[in-house]
Design a protein around this ligand. Sequence first.
Ligand code: HEM
Length: 482
Amino acid sequence: MEYFISLSPWTWVMVCTLVLIATMSCFAFFSLSNPLIETKMLPEASSSRLPIVGASAQFLWHGPHRFIANQISRFQEFFKLSILGFDPIVVATSPEFVKFVLVSNHKSVFPSYPKYITKLLGINHENHSLKAIQINAISRKSTLATFSGENLKKNLPILNSLARQVVDSLQSMGTIFDTEGELLKYAIRVAIQLGWSEMVGTEEANKIKEELFKIQYGMLSIIRINLPPFTWNKALKASASFLGRIEEVMAKRREKGIQYNDFLCHVMEDDASVGKLSDRDKCAAACGPLIAATSSTSLSLTMVLKYLHDYPQVRESIKVEQDALRNQMIEGNSLEWFNWKTSMPLTTQMINEVLRLHSLTPFIPRETEKNMSYKDYNIPEKWLVWISPYAVHMNPKFFPNPMAFDPSRFQTPPKLGTFLPFGMGPHICPGKDFAMIEILFFVHHFVTKCRWESLRPNQPIEYYSHGRKLKGGFPMIIQRCG
Ligand code: HEM
């Protein structure tokens, strides 16, 4: 007894902390494996049952893609994962289960992005899920109205012209140290063109670029400390300034009564089916698609250029296809004939293969709104269900020799539910056609006009909590060839 009383205050703090951790571990351990809420125990990822840490150490150490790769051989349909001991997450790895969640039971789940992402998008955390659902509905509706269908078709000449201008300017640079950064600028320019009319060609557009750059790097950062000089702190400041800028533009448009036919004008419209949203929430609805439109496309395009570089035979066949189309693609042409699904078959197959191997989003996140039963399993309300496109894309049953880069496998369309770069079901990416066209037009001008050599041919791929990038930004030398 005397021994305990004579302990120093620091030792007491340590003892109390250990007791607290042990109590929380027991609580997490027992609550996560409570047999009452599962009809049949969901299979668990290795190390998932470690108190408090769960599978976090493995997950963080390997990165989401490699972590999933390690689990694929063990689980046929799904497995349960505990990260930091708090969230029970069901990770979906089979097309049947993916279809069950994203299509047949889409009304029992809703998109539920991690809080650090919604925070950057300006979504208020009070009443988080209801607001997030309304904001998501406005984002989706406005993206479809602007970046798909007839509106997209009408804008094909301008998209083609922007891709040509960007390729010309890259060519004149000769050496590019940060290809991915340059492609992000391209994607931002295109998004501003269709999304935010009064910014086109202005000085402010450069500030927006800077802000979107910082937000994107913030999303990829693992260390989220809100203090200078951390990336996370810069991203939060950039997001606040970006949201403020959108709010100002909305106020000015309303004051002057100017009508634009762009993405922001669709966001500003009230929609009775969604319910009334404040201007701040509408800014959040605008922010998400503008970030998605820029970061996902530029990361995918960087990977496409890397594969075109690394596989000369594929590059040659694509160059033949694109050279044949060159006369039809000259600026001013109405491009009425252009259908991205059929006009460039080899290039489309190649892009699909890159998206299969490098699905950008490690998970398509959902949260259950009510209990769901699948086969003999019960997934309780408020659980997270993460769809892993990577796990499905790496299944040899659907993609034989899955690690190999083989665009010809897309000569026949993949089976439903096996190819998920843009998701599936009612929430499938509304910007998917726009993204494909942006990539196709860029590849067209790039392969017909340029020869390029990577300055770091054996460049590793970096894994982040939310995505993957080429380490060092894929530096290269470009020369004119046509
Ligand atoms: C290569 C580029 C892109 C990839 C790989 C990609 C991928 C995805 C994925 C996997 C989702 C989740 C779907 C789901 O929850 O079921 C998504 C959602 C979304 N994407 Fe994209 N995307 C890309 C480009 C774009 C572009 C260019 C835009 C806007 C113009 C956009 C706007 C959105 C929006 C608004 C959502 C939310 C849809 C909803 O929840 O209903 N994306 N995207």
